[in-house]
Write a protein that binds this ligand. Sequence first.
Ligand code: ADP
Length: 238
Amino acid sequence: MNTVIVTGAGSGIGLAIATKLASMDFNVVVNDYDGDAAKAAAEKIGGFAVQGDVSNEADVARLVETCLSEYGAPSHLVNNAGHVHQARFVDLEPADFDRMIAVHLRGTFLCSRAVLPHMIARKSGCVVNMASQLGQIGGVELVHYSAAKAGIIGMTKALAREVSIQGVRVNAVAPGPINTPLVRALSEEWRTAKAAELPLGHFGEPEDVAETVAFLCSDSARLYVGQTLSPNSGDVML
Ligand code: ADP
C-alpha cells in the first residue's frame, strides 16, 4: 500500500489533497503546525496526525519516524505547508522574509531530505511540491511569497534531475486563484472582478488542486519529471 506524508494538511488545499489520497487507499500521515487541525483532519479521513513545524529539523525527523513506525517507509511526499503574508516591499520586515523562506524552502528541503533516502532505497518514490502561479508571475506586495514559491519551482527541477534516475519523480503544482478560506475572506467585489478576468470565468476549488496532485502521485504520471502543472482557470499561460 502507498503511504504519503502531506504537510500542512490540516486545512485548505492540503486537507483536500489528504482527503483525495485517502480515498485512493493511501495511508496518509497528516502533518500540520496546528495540532488540533491535524488531528481533526486525520480523524476525518482515517489518517495519522503528526503536529510539527516543517522548518524545524527535529519536528521533521519526528514526522518521518512516526510515518516509519505507523505505516512504514513513505512512498509519496506532498510538501504543501505554507502561509501567506502580504506587505509592501519597503515595509517588509527581515523576520517576515526569513519566516516565509524558512517555511516554504527550508521546509520543502528538510522534508524531502528526510524521506529521499527511503525512496531511493526502494528505487521508487514521488514528491509533489506546492508552488503557486505567483512564483511564476510575481504577486503584488508578495515579494517574499513569490520568491519562496519560485524557489520551490527551481528546487523541484534540480532535485528531479538528480533523483529521477534513482526512481524518484519530483514535480510541482502551481495553482492560480482557488476558493480557499483565505480567498473567500477577500471582498466580494475583488473576487467577482478577478473571476471575470479568468478565461474560464471562475476560480478553482481545493479539490481541483487535489486532482492534479493525485495525478502526479499516480503511475499515469510516470513520464512527468521536474514539471510544474498549473490548475489556474487559464489565468496565466506560460
Ligand atoms: P491554503 O488555503 O493555501 O490551503 P492554508 O493556510 O489553509 O492555505 O493551509 C496551509 C496549512 O499549512 C495550514 O493548515 C497551516 O497551519 C499549515 N502550516 C503553515 N505553516 C506550517 C509549518 N511551518 N509547518 C507545518 N504546517 C504549516
